[in-house]
Each structure stands twice: as structure tokens, then as C-alpha cells.
Design a protein around this ligand. Structure first.
Ligand SMILES: [Cu+2]
Length: 137
């Protein structure tokens, strides 16, 4: 028994790959820039950091992966539905990008919501989401 327990603990630790963490709901996204509450000059570069999920092009149909979406001054669409295309204020970073430059934001307050969705453009569950509010000078 004294030998068996440490071996069991070691085995459990080494058998937790990234995909398992994602499925366990540990995937997260953070909008690293702009900072929440910041006042910035345009154009505004949005920088995204995802953990627990592999960010890939939308053509990559594997579980444990996804691509970023930005809702710019736009509310989230229903989370069980496909994120629409061709809608002003909804951006698919479908080539697996982790940065996007917003070059036409008017001066004033803005809100950006980042959501990671799978190759079908359906948000991952539990939601992998972050929000920042900032002001353009
Ligand atoms: Cu998409």
C-alpha cells in the first residue's frame, strides 16, 4: 500500500493532457489588450490569449480546438447557435489568428467580447469568453 499510493498519484498527474483539461471546462480566453477600462488611440489592436484549448484555423475539424471570435459593440448571439457571418460587429478569426486590428472604431466607449468556438462556429461549452470595455480617444 505504501508503494501503491504514490504510483497512483503519479499516474493520474501524467495522464492529464491539454485536451482533458479543455473537456473539463478549464479552457479560458483573455483579452490581453486593450486593457479593461483603458483609454486608447485608434487603430486598436486586440490581443487574445487562450489556455486549455488549441487555437487553429476553422478548417481544422478536431475536438479540443477552436478559433477566436470578436463581438465588437454587439451582444453575444445565442450560445447554442452558429455564430453568424457577414454581420457588422461579429468577426471570425477563422485563420487561427490571435490578434486583430480594429481600424474603424469611432471615438468614445466600446465593448469587445471574445468567444472561442469550434470549426462549426458554435461556442465551446462551458463558454470560453472574456469582455473588455475601453474608450477610444
Ligand atoms: Cu467562426
Amino acid at each position: 500500500m505504501r508503494i501503491g499510493i504514490p504510483l497512483l498519484v503519479l499516474g493520474t498527474t501524467t495522464l492529464l493532457p491539454v485536451a482533458a483539461l479543455a473537456q473539463a471546462g478549464h479552457a479560458k480566453v483573455k483579452i490581453a489588450a486593450p486593457a479593461n477600462g483603458a483609454t486608447v488611440s485608434g487603430p486598436v489592436k486586440v490581443v487574445l490569449q487562450a489556455t486549455g484549448v488549441e487555437i487553429v484555423p476553422a478548417t481544422d475539424e478536431r475536438s479540443g480546438t477552436g478559433h477566436h471570435h470578436l463581438f465588437v459593440d454587439h451582444d453575444l448571439t445565442p450560445v447554442d447557435d452558429t455564430i453568424p457571418r457577414g454581420v457588422t460587429g461579429i468577426l471570425h478569426l477563422g485563420r487561427g489568428q490571435t490578434e486583430f486590428v480594429l481600424d474603424s472604431l469611432a471615438p468614445g466607449p466600446h465593448r469587445v467580447i471574445a468567444v472561442v468556438a469550434n470549426w462549426k462556429h458554435i461556442p465551446l461549452k462551458p463558454l470560453v469568453v472574456d469582455t473588455v470595455r475601453f474608450t477610444v480617444k
